[in-house]
Design a protein around this ligand. Structure first.
Ligand code: NAG
Ligand code: ZN
Length: 292
């Protein structure tokens, strides 16, 4: 995102309008928690002072609006300069700015979690960034430059006057997920996560989940985060904006659009959570190997 575009969006959109909302991030946290092995449970509990992943999953969205955290604002996304809906695609050299992006950030914070020279607090922050960014990278509009990731595509959610006015990015971050979860609380997220975990174990995601982590391990640096960004970005062309942005402008997207896209959003949360659990297991394993 160019500085001018960021300044514009920062002026027009309220804090928090950039990320799966609380429910989405917490859902990813609950799903991941389920897949932690023994070593990862010990590691995360130590670094988070006993807090579960879901409770800290939105920390990065508060931190980015503090003075110390300003640098991290561009790390929540990668702005693919592709050609929606004709051709989607992420290119690191083209789309990841000099200030970094979500792909390099995941690699950076993974390395930092394993860096003995850092304090417990710094490694804890690295973990909180990873928990958050593995959520964001599964939200298709966090991997797209068009219309500031959909932030300038004004749409309606329902027909109830001014209150229904929103934008497509926010619809994906919040409205779709909160409708799926039937609420806006941690409890709603936990309940959504239970259904997702059942589907990962015995349902519609059972045979898909291995493919979601087939990119390899943490040792590949930006390899996996790049593959995940690519995976999310392809849904921008196939599902989020299959007919471009203009057909959606000022339309109510709480009906047919929701019905068509809710399964995609739910699957993206499943991916985020499952990948996060496995990623943290790899980090815990690398830490054990290093210490022996
Ligand atoms: C890695 O993370 C640290 C701590 O947040 C940050 O200061 C640094 O700029 C990051 N480096 C890269 C290459 O993203
Ligand atoms: Zn975010």
């Amino acid at each position: 995102m160019k500085t001018s575009a960021f300044a514009l969006s920062a002026a027009f959109f309220a804090p928090g309008a950039y990320s799966w909302g609380l429910v989405g991030h917490a859902t990813v946290g609950y799903v991941a928690q389920h897949y932690l092995d023994g070593a990862a449970k010990i590691m995360t509990s130590h670094l988070l002072n006993g807090e579960p992943l879901a409770n800290v999953a939105s920390w990065a969205d508060t931190f980015r609006y503090t003075k110390d955290g300003q640098f991290s604002a561009p790390l929540h996304y990668i702005d693919a300069h592709d050609d929606v809906p004709k051709k989607c695609g992420v290119k690191l050299d083209r789309d990841c700015g000099p200030e970094g992006c979500i792909v390099t950030a995941i690699a950076n914070y993974t390395t930092r979690m394993l860096d003995d020279k850092l304090s417990k607090e710094e490694r804890g922050d690295a973990l909180k960034f990873i928990i958050h960014f593995l959520g964001d990278i599964s939200q298709p509009l966090h991997t797209e430059n068009l219309d500031v990731g959909g932030n300038t595509i004004t749409v309606k959610w329902g027909t109830e006057g001014a209150a229904s006015k929103t934008n497509l990015h926010s619809v994906w971050d919040r409205n779709i997920v909160e409708t799926l979860a039937e609420g806006t609380t941690l409890a709603a997220a936990e309940s959504l996560s239970k259904g997702i975990i059942e589907d990962l174990e015995n349902g519609i995601y059972k045979d898909l989940k291995d493919g979601w982590t087939s990119c390899g391990s943490i040792k590949r640096g930006t390899g996996c985060p790049k593959a995940w960004a690519q995976d999310s970005n392809k849904y921008v062309c196939s599902n989020v904006l299959p007919n471009g942005a203009d057909v959606l402008r000022d339309q109510d997207v709480s009906g047919e659009y929701y019905t068509a896209n809710a399964p995609i959003a739910r699957q993206q949360l499943a991916k985020g959570g499952y990948r996060l659990g496995k990623w943290l297991n790899s980090i815990a394993k690398a830490e054990q190997l290093k210490n022996h």
